[in-house]
Design a protein around this ligand. Structure first.
Ligand code: LMR
Length: 329
């Protein structure tokens, strides 16, 4: 009976909408800061196409890339004000709003893409999205950009001691700041929109990012020493303004969720592939020096970063961290 009732009321909703003339085109502005040819850029584009297909053109998703609408410093506020309907910030940028999200920035919290998939499709994923609701934000999906690597303009960073005394550009996340302080570097938060210029001006000796961001934005031109460390994970959460989401007809919400499910599955594979391919391209560029950490060196990094886990537990308790560690398998 419940199912029938639900079905009935949903039908009504559509009918009501049509009566009110609300079935005219719905436009969703989706703003992001990276290049088009990146895991996030391509996923946003694919999502827009799928929404168009699934809603027969009733919903149009307009994608604004490269921070052309809002920078990463502005986009969460713009979303909360309702000036833009969708964004997909990196987890680090959500930590300013929800400090517990720092758990996702702990180095080596995810070992590989399997860990990522298991954690975000499980209960922890739901729990993380639910935290956004109190802020008037609808969390819809998790997209991936894969793992972060270290770049430098000086030399290859292989052992923890190699970092000492360097200046690093970071994203705004306390755990990331602490990670670099542990290494004896000076971490400075810089908006993604300004990273290229600041590297060009030699303002930083190092930064961490995924291969696809290093490649698509040309950071390697100024930081040609790249250490493949896979020490941190760069993921995105796809967000919609909460009130806007509530205002959408139920059938449209379902079509959006279906489009996102399809995009998310595709994105996980695509991000892995794109980072692998672009790493090969950079390896073929004789101006770039690439070093892959050995297992022994990774272990050394892990040991160095162990205090960050203790610090996190002290601040936020063990629950969320333990859940992630359990889900990872
Ligand atoms: C960064 O600021 O380095 C990244 O978060 C950019 C992005 O969205 O991938």
């Amino acid at each position: 009976i419940f199912m029938m009732k639900r079905h009935f009321s949903e039908e009504n909703m559509v009918y009501d909408d049509e009566q009110k003339g609300l079935n005219k085109q719905i436009v969703i502005s989706f703003s992001h800061v990276v290049a088009e040819n990146t895991p996030k850029g391509l996923a946003a584009q694919k999502f827009a196409e799928l929404v168009d297909e699934k809603t027969n053109g009733r919903v149009k998703v307009e994608v604004f890339s490269n921070g052309s609408l809002y920078s990463d410093e502005e986009e969460i506020d713009a979303l909360m004000r309702g000036d833009v309907q969708m964004i997909a910030p990196s987890f680090s940028k959500v930590t300013e709003l929800i400090p517990e999200w720092q758990v996702l920035d702990l180095p080596f919290i995810f070992e590989d893409y399997h860990d990522v998939e298991r954690v975000f499709t499980g209960e922890v994923g739901k729990q993380l999205l639910a935290m956004l609701e109190k802020k008037g934000i609808k969390g819809l999906a998790f997209w991936s950009n894969g793992f972060k690597q270290m770049t430098s303009n000086r030399y290859l960073l292989i052992e923890p001691k190699d970092f000492k005394g360097l200046r690093f550009r970071i994203m705004p996340s306390k755990v990331i700041e602490d990670q670099f302080r542990l290494l004896g570097t000076e971490p400075i938060v810089v908006s993604f929109n300004h990273v290229y210029q600041s590297l060009e001006k030699q303002e930083f000796d190092g930064q961490e990012n995924t291969i696809s961001n290093i490649y698509s934005k040309g950071f390697y031109q100024f930081h040609p020493y790249i250490t493949v460390s896979n020490h941190g994970y760069l993921g995105y959460v796809v967000l919609m303004n909460g009130k806007f989401w509530e205002s959408l007809p139920i059938d449209v919400r379902k079509q959006i969720v279906a489009a996102l499910e399809e995009t998310t599955l595709w994105n996980l594979k695509q991000s892995k592939l794109q980072n692998e391919q672009q790493l090969i391209e950079m390896k073929n560029n004789s101006n770039i020096q690439i070093y892959e950490l050995t297992d022994k060196e990774r272990k050394e990094w892990k040991e160095k970063f162990a205090p960050l886990y203790k610090e996190f537990e002290k601040k936020f308790g063990r629950k969320l961290l333990q859940r992630i560690q359990n889900d990872r398998g």
